[in-house]
Ligand binder design. Sequence first.
Ligand code: FAD
Ligand code: SF4
Length: 551
Amino acid sequence: MASLLPIRYQPKLPLERVILAEPPGADAIEMDVVIVGGGPGGLACAIELARLAKEARDAGRSATDLNVAVLEKAGSLGEHNLSGAVVNPQPFRELFPDLSPDRLPFRQRVTGEAVYLLTRQRAQRIPTPPTMHNAGFYTASICEIVRWLGERAAEAGVNLFPGFPVASLLVEGDGVRGVRTAPSGLDRSGEPGAAYQEPTDLTAKTTVLAEGTRGMLTQAWREWRQVRSPNPQIFALGVKEVWAVKRPLDRVIHTLGWPLPADAFGGSFMYPLGPGQIAIGLVVGLDYHDASLDVHELLQRMKLHPLFRPYLEGGQLLEWGAKTIPEGGFYALPERRHGQGLLLVGDAAGFVDVPSLKGIHYAMQSGIFAARTAFEALSAGSTGADTLAQYDRLVDRSFIAQDLYRTRNMRLAFKDGLYLGGVKAGLMTLSGGRFPGGRIPMPEDAAAPRVVRPAPAFAPDGTLTFSKVDAVFKSGNATRDTIPSHLLIGPDIPPDLAEFYAHMCPAGVYERVGDALRVNAPNCVDCKATDVLGPRWTPREGGSGPKYRLM
Ligand SMILES: Cc1cc2nc3c(=O)[nH]c(=O)nc-3n(C[C@H](O)[C@H](O)[C@H](O)COP(=O)(O)OP(=O)(O)OC[C@H]3O[C@@H](n4cnc5c(N)ncnc54)[C@H](O)[C@@H]3O)c2cc1C
Ligand code: SF4
């Protein structure tokens, strides 16, 4: 059987466009701290900075205001955020000690949980692994969390700029001195159109990259500064739907096994979001072997399984979305997450614990640590790498590094398949992460060969199962179709690779037409799977992409 190596066809990161060694424009906006990304990590950082500044003013230690800006590519806060989500409330307690849980932006407390091993027709309940216990946690919509955190940040005086994607880092010597946003109003050929708005420069003493999974700026900064990690970062793609349901769900459900092939890593989740809604999703490691594997289609098939179908029948699909998750864990963390004038937080740094599928509380906690470090550095008048190194010390001493160290090889064990991986993961849990000793090496996802196979036929019914076109409509994506393509595609794409891209992309951006690749760029929902395995993703005009409300 023919095989493909995606990395052979992947263009390089356009470093020359992202790292700009030029002075900021004359109209540059001057800030103390610029935060790229208004997700839970970026907003927690902004709120903590504002709190520290107020504390210093109230105590008479500072007379001046602190200028903090959050730049977010979505048109409105929350529209580009997607998660499960079961949330560990720990950093909410730290940021809002006076608020009781019923005033936090959660849907409900987790009151029960079950894990199943699925076959095509059956669901065998298995004991919940210790790494997957969720007692004391809450189910939530990350869009609602982000909107709520945005309100708290605005009340505290943070400058929020939704609709402003950052396209470049402005650098001087070894350090970062600010950012440049992407222009808007370009026509299909990339020329300024009637509504053209040129890029804006913002300067800052510290720039915090909180841009989430597979961040372009983070990748570029690491490449520029040669910041390595023991293993490369690896990713999973999650496709998720929110449904209005008639039958309430009383537990948090996770599954392993079908519909995934035994040599792919992943699993599904179904969470209650109050009595009338549920979240259902499937997460698959992007090192899968079968080139025809299609995560969107697998989720559609999965919904027809007897475990899920009874909840969905008679219900209604409210929203659909997709996003990647960094899965490399401890050994994929950058050797430093600070540099001169720069800090990395949340998914951008890779702070996700894969066995528990959690990253929100790590993103927020790392944002809080970044804020404390940046504030101390500003107060001391030095934002050099030595001063900002304090951030790494705070993370390394915290539960973030400790949790990730405990599960350091768990995802990596599954590169040998579900069953052997399951046995190894069990031993790792029992030994507190000490088995098998050392580090299991992993190649990057694009370097995993794919076997070319004919794709199984699937016809969505439009009631329980949906095509990619219908799914993108349910993401709220209404990007104008005259926008230039933001996807950088390699030369000479063979027909089998075009087909692989078409299956990989959950939003139907890629199509094989005859032997050629057709690209419907406006459909893109910024999940970033393409950047991991195929054409490169770059930021496009602010407000493009999905408009999630419930994810
Ligand atoms: C399917 C799925 C299920 C998950 N389930 C859970 C769960 O149950 N519990 C849990 O704790 N975690 C879960 N996670 C992980 C969790 O969602 C993430 O770890 C968390 O959202 C990371 O927060 P962040 O702030 O670092 O990044 P994000 O939430 O991704 O926010 C980053 C923000 O930066 C913006 N941005 C990106 N690039 C730019 C740019 N160039 N310019 C301006 N803005 C930019 C993005 O639009 C986004 O708003 C799940 C993830 C997925 C995908
Ligand atoms: S083009 Fe890439 S980033 Fe956009 S939806 Fe498809 S796979 Fe995701």
